[in-house]
Design a protein around this ligand. Structure first.
Ligand SMILES: Cc1cc2nc3c(=O)[nH]c(=O)nc-3n(C[C@H](O)[C@H](O)[C@H](O)COP(=O)(O)OP(=O)(O)OC[C@H]3O[C@@H](n4cnc5c(N)ncnc54)[C@H](O)[C@@H]3O)c2cc1C
Ligand SMILES: *[C@@H]1O[C@H](CO)[C@@H](O)[C@H](O)[C@H]1NC(C)=O
Ligand SMILES: *[C@@H]1O[C@H](CO)[C@@H](O)[C@H](O)[C@H]1NC(C)=O
Length: 463
């Protein structure tokens, strides 16, 4: 059990995606004096927790508020679902298995990349060479260039008329409204739900992507062929099961980029720059409000229980079988990530990323690749030299009845939005510590519960 000692109060901030957002509780501002160090616990060093730690330090320095931040992370590393694996186990060949891309308007990530001197790899470095959309029976659309700049291709206009342009305007105006969340008067927001209402975005989150596109006059063919292809690539979800806002976000990766060597470095650097104590392989197992206090009007005190965790077993989870969510195609999307040279055979090979509702088997792979994948291929043990698949790294997102309960994730699930949530919470805490928004004390708790309760079905990640 870890009891964080404190004199007047403890801010507890819980930020993680696959478990509930437990709430945000800060000390009573009227009891604080600037000299007293405020202890703050962050649970989880994913995009949200790392960003919270990083921004806490910046905002606290701006306000001259002394803080002492501790991050509890059950894994052995920062980054959460932003995870990089090495092709052929070669550190020179990293590939993103979780969160892969972000865009220029993701200013929290982009600015951090600049500040930490990280190198960017852009999508136009020839990552995707050909885009083919297949519905399981016929090819709906093909183009010989990458998927990230599809607005520019004349071919799209021959086939769908002015609809692509209309869709692009819709995406741009939606993203424009979303970006208002970054600045006053919307930032910092005490309730994401209220901010979404104020920005007229709830309209989009309350209906499916399909309904939103239909209401916006986007033709069914284009929606199904092109936009749904994007939602399958980005969220492994069809238009009927994703809300309007995320459907728009799926269409936004114009000029997508990633960090050379792995996006996780953004978050590892944020943790380092935060000056917080980073307790890794330490899972928080409970969080308890200590009710009684000997001092009248003392600020609430929390006790965290923790458990040491070793390196987690990976790749041994099972997807729930029998899901036909992907339709006739049998998979959501297949991305050609890049050409790679096999270190053993020196031959050029292709690296693919497959999103599918079920564990892929040799049969499925044979059909997909058009070559005989031996039935001995299990997707588990090492491959032999004569197999057509020389390297693979399976991971499953199990749908076991759990729901995402973290507010931002049911709104938009990206590294940037989680980082924004972290930054927002950092600002709220520091404002309160600095005695700025005194009225927030009550509404803050209420609003985080409110947001936490807005859950939507989603895959539970086991990356
Ligand atoms: C396959 C896949 C592809 C994706 N692609 C993209 C993409 O291209 N671009 C993009 O922007 N986003 C993408 N995302 C979404 C993105 O990964 C998430 O939105 C983002 O990582 C959420 O950040 P988070 O900090 O909220 O949660 P997480 O990244 O899940 O971090 C939570 C952290 O908390 C830790 N933790 C949880 N419980 C405890 C506990 N009790 N005690 C201690 N530690 C705990 C976990 O170990 C983890 O490190 C993708 C996600 C997946 C799964
Ligand atoms: C800072 O937090 C750590 C827990 O990580 C605690 O051990 C330490 O005493 C705290 N320091 C102060 C000055 O409160
Ligand atoms: C960083 O943390 C240490 C304690 O871990 C503290 O003594 C020091 O003042 C902090 N530095 C800054 C710049 O916050």
């Amino acid at each position: 059990m870890v009891h964080i000692p404190q004199r007047q109060g403890l801010c507890v901030l819980t930020l993680f995606a696959t478990a509930p957002l437990l709430g945000l509780v800060a000390a009573h501002p009227e009891e604080l004096t600037q000299e007293r160090v405020q202890n703050i616990a962050i649970i989880g060093a994913g995009a949200a927790g790392s960003s919270a730690a990083y921004h806490l330090r910046r905002f606290a320095e701006d306000e001259g508020v002394p803080i002492n931040v501790t991050i509890f992370e059950s894994r052995g590393r920062a980054g959460g679902r932003t995870r990089t694996v090495n092709v052929y186990d070669d550190p020179l060949q990293p590939v993103e298995q979780g969160a892969s891309i972000f865009v220029r308007v993701n200013t929290i990530l982009y600015d951090a990349v600049q500040e930490f001197g990280l190198q960017l790899v852009k999508d136009d470095d020839g990552v995707e060479e050909r885009l083919v959309i297949w519905d399981g029976e016929t090819f709906r659309y093909e183009q010989n260039e990458g998927s990230s700049k599809w607005w520019n291709y004349a071919k799209l206009f021959w086939k769908y008329g002015m609809t692509p342009l209309k869709a692009k305007r819709l995406v741009d105006s939606t993203i424009g409204r979303f970006l208002e969340l970054y600045d006053e008067p919307h930032f910092p927001f005490t309730s994401l739900t209220q901010a979404a209402i104020d920005l007229d975005l709830v309209k989009l989150t309350g209906i499916t992507g399909g309904q939103f596109l239909q209401e916006s006059g986007i033709g069914l063919d284009f929606s199904r062929d092109i936009i749904q292809a994007a939602t399958r690539v980005n969220y492994a979800t069809n238009l009927a099961h994703i809300h309007g806002l995320e459907a728009m976000v799926s269409m936004a990766p114009d000029g997508a980029m990633q960090v050379a060597g792995g996006n996780w470095q953004i978050f590892a650097n944020m943790v380092r720059a935060s000056n917080a104590s980073f307790l890794y392989e330490t899972a928080v197992t409970s969080l308890e409000l200590q009710k009684s206090s000997t001092v009248d009007n003392a600020a609430p005190k929390y006790i965290l229980s923790t458990k040491a965790t070793g390196p987690r077993a990976r790749g041994d989870s099972k997807a729930e079988p029998g899901s036909d969510a992907a339709g006739k195609a049998g998979f959501f999307s297949v991305s050609t990530l890049r050409r790679v040279k096999n270190p053993k055979t020196r031959q050029t090979e292709y690296l693919y990323k497959v999103f599918s509702p079920e564990v892929v088997d040799p049969d499925f792979l044979s059909r997909l690749l058009g070559v005989e994948v031996p039935s001995t291929f299990t997707g588990r043990g090492p491959t032999t030299d004569d197999e057509p698949i020389s390297w693979y790294h399976p991971t499953c997102l199990t749908r076991n009845g759990l729901y995402y309960t973290s507010g931002i994730e049911s709104f938009i699930s990206t590294m940037e939005t989680s980082a924004l949530m972290g930054k927002n919470v950092a600002k709220l805490i520091v404002n309160e510590l600095a005695g700025k928004d005194e009225a927030l004390g009550g509404s803050q708790k209420g609003s985080s519960e409110d947001d936490a309760s807005s859950s939507s079905p989603g895959p539970q990640d086991e990356l």
